[in-house]
Design a protein around this ligand. Structure first.
Ligand SMILES: [Zn+2]
Length: 490
């Protein structure tokens, strides 16, 4: 989709549909302008209450002039309008226009928010909501409705600022599209080797470093978690290492890359097992972050680690009762082979130490317990630093990717105490999301560490959130890009 900025007079705008937002109070100064453009239709539908300005309401008016359609969208109460609503209403308008079969439209920039943020949110809302994944369809392709071009209409003197916002939003939403595509592709395509090849491809294209560790390297490094989990699959494990050097301060991002999780010998029930192709979502986020960070040339060193493997119950699979040894020398007793994410992350978090990072964040579709706690709205945040946590929570609120901090008290360690090894990989059902985090903490030495459990937010099968159509959501990219953007401000 082409995205343009239009800064001239409205009379000169050529568009199939012009989207304009109105508050419930109809206090917009421009209302008369649109009434004139529409030959009195705007005031007519307001008077008849066909259009009330209530948040989320959309009404399309057919016009006779050069401008073919005016799409009125309700912004709700002026005092309640903010970045979240700007994003959401832009998405709703875009989906509405697309569903009418209109392939090109324009949106007038919302008032009352600073122009940079407004432009950023409109582009974000439009792009995120119009995402589609049709790579594997061979039929009905002609019936798929798409938008090819979208124009942001702005007046005032902030064109440079607005243009910057558009460009930045496009880079980040393109990265989200990339992550969603990777998530949505099935596990018979996205194998550990596929991820490794793709990692090398994006590293060459976007100019950062990429190294892939093979089984023999993992053996040398004593990565017992990776080796154990991968044993039940014919696909060999790959440990992907990205490195972008834009500065000294080092961020290390780690993402769980289980390309399919059957549960292993502790086999999952069949119901919804197809969702387990999404168990590499954390890893996919790291790919997207590397692309966005390198394109925006952020002044940091960014290391991305993706331990990639399948978890299958093959003849050589690891078993409950096994004891394994990790890269940092610690041992764990396997209670449940479906608690495999923490095993590969254990090795990856231990490996992150060699980069001497200032902060480490891991993303993982780790526990069903986290979904029970927080549903699909918030991801779970676990951290060893209050200050770092508040920065992350704030970045979540500002980016629209919400995270909620959960406890990580030392006493929870009781849950993962083993009689025969240093720790065990699964406790009782109680506090399942927390005990997983407590397990990960055993592998972390960095003073600023956060574990983000995205089991509930990584993908969706309903259309409750207009910004996240069916499938992978790419959750995490916008959150971290916001964190990095605001990192140096207090
Ligand atoms: Zn599992």
């Amino acid at each position: 989709m082409k995205t343009l900025l239009f800064t001239k007079e409205l009379e000169d705008l050529k568009t199939e549909a012009l989207v304009v937002g109105f508050y419930e109070s109809f206090g917009n100064s421009d209302i008369d302008k649109y009434d004139v453009i529409s030959d009195g239709l705007v005031n007519e539908v307001i008077k008849s209450k066909e259009f009330t300005g209530k948040f989320g309401k959309v009404l399309m008016l057919r016009l006779k002039g050069k401008l073919k359609r005016l799409v009125l969208v309700g912004l709700g109460k002026r005092e309640e309008f903010g970045l979240d609503k700007a994003r959401e209403i832009s998405g709703k308008a875009a989906v509405y226009v697309r569903d009418q079969g209109i392939g090109e439209f324009s949106i007038v920039l919302f008032e009352d928010i600073n122009p940079y943020d407004a432009a950023y949110c409109v582009v974000e809302g439009v792009k995120l909501s119009l995402y589609q994944f049709n790579d594997f369809k061979t039929q009905g392709l002609d019936d798929i409705k798409k938008v090819d071009q979208f124009t942001l209409v702005a007046n005032g003197n902030n064109f440079v600022e607005i243009d910057n916002a558009i460009r930045k939003a496009l880079v980040i939403t393109d990265a989200v599209y990339y992550v969603r595509d990777l998530q949505n592709k099935p596990s018979n395509v996205v194998t550990p080797s596929y991820l490794a090849e793709e990692a090398k491809r994006i590293a060459a294209r976007f100019k950062f470093k990429c190294t892939v560790l093979e089984t023999k390297d993992m053996k040398k490094l004593g990565m017992g978690g990776m080796l154990a989990v991968s044993r039940g699959s014919d696909h060999l494990p790959k440990f992907i290492i990205f490195e972008y050097n834009g500065g000294k301060e080092t961020f290390c991002f780690v993402g769980k890359g289980i390309t399919f999780d059957s549960g292993g010998i502790s086999l999952k029930p069949s119901q919804d097992m197809d969702d387990m192709k999404f168990d590499m979502s954390g890893g996919a986020v790291i790919f997207g972050l590397m692309i966005a960070v390198s394109q925006l040339k952020l002044p940091y060193r960014v290391v991305g680690l993706v331990p990639a493997t399948e978890n299958l119950p093959g003849g050589n699979a690891y078993k409950p009762g096994d004891i394994i040894k990790f890269h940092n020398g610690k041992t764990a007793e396997i209670i449940n082979t479906d608690a495999e994410g923490r095993l590969v992350l254990g090795d990856a978090l231990a490996y992150s130490k060699r980069f001497n990072p200032n902060a480490v964040i891991d993303f993982a579709t780790l526990t069903g317990a986290c979904v029970v706690s927080l549903g699909n709205l918030y991801a779970g945040l676990f951290s060893n630093s209050d200050e770092f946590s508040s920065k992350l929570v704030k970045a979540g609120e500002n980016s629209g990717e919400l995270i909620w901090r959960m406890p990580l008290h030392d006493k929870y360690k009781e849950h993962v105490k083993s009689n025969v090894a240093d720790i065990k990989n699964s406790g009782s059902r109680d506090a399942g999301a927390i005990t997983a985090a407590v397990f990960l903490k055993e592998f972390v030495e960095c003073k600023k560490w956060a574990h983000i459990d995205i089991a509930g937010t990584a993908y969706t099968k309903n259309n409750k959130d207009v910004l996240s159509p069916y499938g992978g959501t790419g959750f995490g990219v916008r959150l971290i890009m916001k964190l990095l953007e605001d990192w140096k401000t207090k």
